[in-house]
Design a binder for this molecule. Structure first.
Ligand code: UDP
Ligand code: MG
Length: 325
């Protein structure tokens, strides 16, 4: 068995209410795994403070001083969940043999970490955490999620249903993932692209331990649409088919108008005219905006801006110190 250093990356945005409990529960699991000699003694929790406006960073830094296994990264501002995960992984990959990412709110059962580590030891590079029930989700969320997976599948995007950003990645899988340089991040779509031997572990999903969701409906819809336009050009193909259909209809209409003209009743064309103008106008506007969406993506990609900026971090220092000892 190798060194098996594990880093658990936890993105945090205004999570002061849950952090004490999260640190306690994850810390216990870390210590337990160390005792069982499944992971190395210098395994760590790495909290990524994504520009929180509350006491989140205060809590993280005070715990870091108190406990050797707690470390943190502080972003200069809010960069979003996906970027927080990426930052944690970028830093942790240098020192870790495996990385687990988990939300701060304890909705994902922490005990699945045991199963994930076991799968890693068995030789898997990617272990997806998959929730086996959606009882705690609202009717709306359950059904929209199902529809979304179906839609993505139709468009050729391979997602693991009911798995979010709770997963284990080996060092080399993380390195491969970090090689995907896109700014429009949709990690749960990218991980399957990396390949490597993968497996799933199942767990029941709970309610948030405390606090409120940091993903309001608006953010969720944005994220879902982002997932589509970052991974598939199916919508553009759809426009193409729509264009062809509209063209066919217009040929029929053309013949119809010519016949009407020959027959002599030209005036009563108002209804068909109005319908065509509004319908075609609508189709064109939608089409242009869909294409615009992709051009917008190209725009953000070509700028090559950094995906996040780190104000300070104490993970590397702790890991380096360990290496010197
Ligand atoms: N989060 C983040 N940055 C953001 C929004 C959320 O780092 O801008 C974190 C948040 O602290 C949590 C995780 O992402 O650890 C998932 O958020 P949440 O639990 O609120 O989402 P939900 O489970 O409601 O979809
Ligand atoms: Mg949550």
């Amino acid at each position: 068995m190798g060194e098996n250093v594990l880093t658990i990356v936890v993105p945090c945005y205004n999570e002061e209410e849950v952090l004490p409990e999260t640190t306690k529960e994850l810390g216990q699991i870390l210590n337990d795994l160390i005792d069982k000699k499944k992971i190395a003694p210098n395994s760590k929790l790495l909290f990524v403070n994504d520009g929180s406006k509350d006491k989140t960073w205060k809590i993280i830094s005070s715990y870091s001083e108190k406990y050797d296994y707690v470390t943190g990264i502080k972003f200069t501002r809010n960069y979003g969940h996906q970027n927080a995960l990426l930052a944690g992984m970028s830093l942790a990959v240098k020192y870790s043999d495996m990385i687990i990412t988990i939300d701060a709110d304890l909705q994902d059962d922490v005990n699945a970490i045991y199963k994930m580590v076991d799968k890693f030891i068995e030789g898997y590079d990617v272990v997806y955490g998959v929730r086996n029930s959606r009882d705690t989700d609202s009717f709306f969320k359950k059904h929209t999620a199902l529809m979304y997976y179906g839609l993505m599948k139709k468009m050729g995007v391979n997602l693991i249903p009911d798995s979010a950003d709770y997963r284990l990645l080996s060092k080399r899988a993380t390195e491969a993932l970090l090689g995907y340089k896109e700014r429009n991040l949709f990690l749960r779509g990218m991980v399957p692209l990396v390949g490597y031997k993968s497996t799933k572990v199942y767990y029941p999903r709970k309610e948030r331990y405390a606090g409120t969701s940091k993903y309001p409906l608006k953010k969720m819809i944005h994220f879902a649409l982002d997932g589509i336009t970052s991974f598939s050009i199916a919508p553009i193909h759809l426009i193409m088919s729509m264009g062809l259909i509209v063209m066919l209809i217009s040929i029929v209409l053309m013949i119809y108008t010519i016949v009407e003209k020959i027959e002599g009743h030209i005036v009563p064309g108002w209804t068909s005219l109005m319908i065509s103008i509004w319908f075609l106008g609508g189709v064109q506007l939608i089409s242009v905006s869909v294409i615009g969406e992709y051009i917008g993506k190209v725009f953000t990609e070509v700028k090559h801006r950094p995906r996040f900026n780190i104000e300070c971090e104490n993970y590397s220092k702790k890991m380096d110190k360990r290496l010197e000892d």
